[in-house]
Design a protein around this ligand. Structure first.
Ligand code: 1CP
Length: 345
């Protein structure tokens, strides 16, 4: 790849360096809102797309080509590494990951195997290598964080309140610790392998950890997250940590050896900066605004950029993922607006 043509704005933002424009990408930028994706899914199951590097690379590139975003995110799921270690997970259309053998006991935890990425997920590494040849923007690798993975493993599928997960955590603290340790090591192994294959940034999705109080985060989660980010830091590749509804945990996140904090719309960027947080920030447009009249969407994006630009180290994104009802055309126009508005200031 010709270095001159390579758009490294997001890497610069991660490192808090000056940028030619505010970099932007969208969580869940590949998915059901795209007619092309829906066509591909008629032919292949979710995991078939995941397991075929040519198709996986095509789906990963689609939003870069169509929306003009500044980064690609590998097409996979947070559940991808759990399948080869003995978890019977299926992705149900319109629902999400469903598990037929939920975790209930220490024996269940011990039965989970050890991830060997070269052996179990060679297609993930092949997809990354292929994408690095094809892309002129950085490639983001990713994994699920232990709490969020555990919520699916214990609930058996998506949940609204995480009562079973939290009940398990309070009732069996030593089994919980064993589960966090196991998922933590798996995450380190998985992210490191993606980086060795060519991922240029990695994001850890802890989508549901905001369900915990700050006190419980400190006791049950922080040590594992500290371990994960200190290990991944050794690679020198920038790391991003995302959670929704997690503003009450930001002071604790700020203590982690992570480079970028990805926030949702329940807090403003100014409010985060007022807390003394100086890490790069990513976010935080409410994805529902994708259904608003474009002028309103633009106004809200403008406010976010104006706040984000006050310090070096800002990446535009949504506060959570794109959903199937969103329009690719709106996202394309939004991306263009963010680039021109942030260039001309
Ligand atoms: O462009 C991309 O972002 C694509 C890659 C990607 C990523 C980063 C997918 C594909 N999934 C994810 C992460 C992921 N998966 C998260 C973290 C991000 C978030 O909070 O949105 C979570 C919680 C999951 C679990 C999951 N997988 C759900 C959510 C269920 C719930 O509890 O609400 C769903 C619906 C899936 C399936 C899935 N994963 C990805 C896609 C495109 C889909 C839809 C599947 C389909 O084609 O049927």
């Amino acid at each position: 790849m010709d270095k001159q043509l390579f758009n490294d704005a997001i890497l610069r933002a991660c490192r808090k360096e000056p940028v030619p424009h505010i970099p932007v990408w969208y969580m869940r930028q590949a998915g059901r809102y795209q007619p092309e994706y829906r066509e591909i899914r008629k032919k292949y199951s979710f995991f078939e797309v995941n397991e075929n590097p040519e198709v996986c690379a095509e789906v990963t590139r689609l939003p870069v080509e169509q929306l003009g975003v500044d980064a690609a995110i590998l097409f996979a799921d947070i559940m991808t590494p759990l399948k080869p270690i003995g978890i019977d997970v299926d992705i149900e259309s319109g629902r999400g990951p469903v598990i037929s053998n939920p975790i209930r006991t220490l024996e269940d935890v011990n039965r989970m195997g050890q991830l060997n990425v070269e052996r179990h997920l060679p297609y993930i590494l092949d997809s990354i290598r292929l994408l690095r040849e094809q892309l002129s923007v950085p490639l983001i690798g990713f994994g699920g964080a232990p709490f969020t993975l555990a919520s699916y493993l214990i609930e058996g599928g998506p949940s609204k309140d995480y009562h079973k997960t939290k009940g398990f955590m309070y009732a069996y603290p030593s089994v919980w610790k064993a589960l966090m340790d196991k998922l933590g090591e798996m995450t380190i192994t998985y992210l490191t392998a993606q980086i060795e294959a060519g991922a240029q940034i990695v994001q850890v999705f802890d989508s549901w950890v905001g369900a915990l109080s700050a006190e419980d985060y400190e006791i049950y989660i922080a040590p594992t997250m500290h371990h994960i980010f200190s290990e991944v830091k050794k690679t020198g590749v920038p790391t991003i940590y995302f959670g929704s509804g997690s503003s009450h945990l930001l002071e604790q996140w700020n203590q982690l050896p992570v480079d970028v904090l990805s926030i949702d719309w329940r807090i403003t960027i100014d409010q985060v900066r007022e807390k003394g947080i100086t890490k790069t920030l990513q976010g935080n447009l409410d994805p529902s605004l994708l259904l608003a009249p474009f002028d309103l969407l633009k106004e809200r994006a403008k406010t976010i950029i104006d706040q984000g630009k006050k310090q070096q180290g800002y990446i535009f994104n949504l506060g959570h993922g794109i959903f199937p009802e969103a329009s690719a055309d709106t996202l394309r126009k939004l991306t263009e607006f963010i680039h021109t508005y942030s260039q001309n200031q």
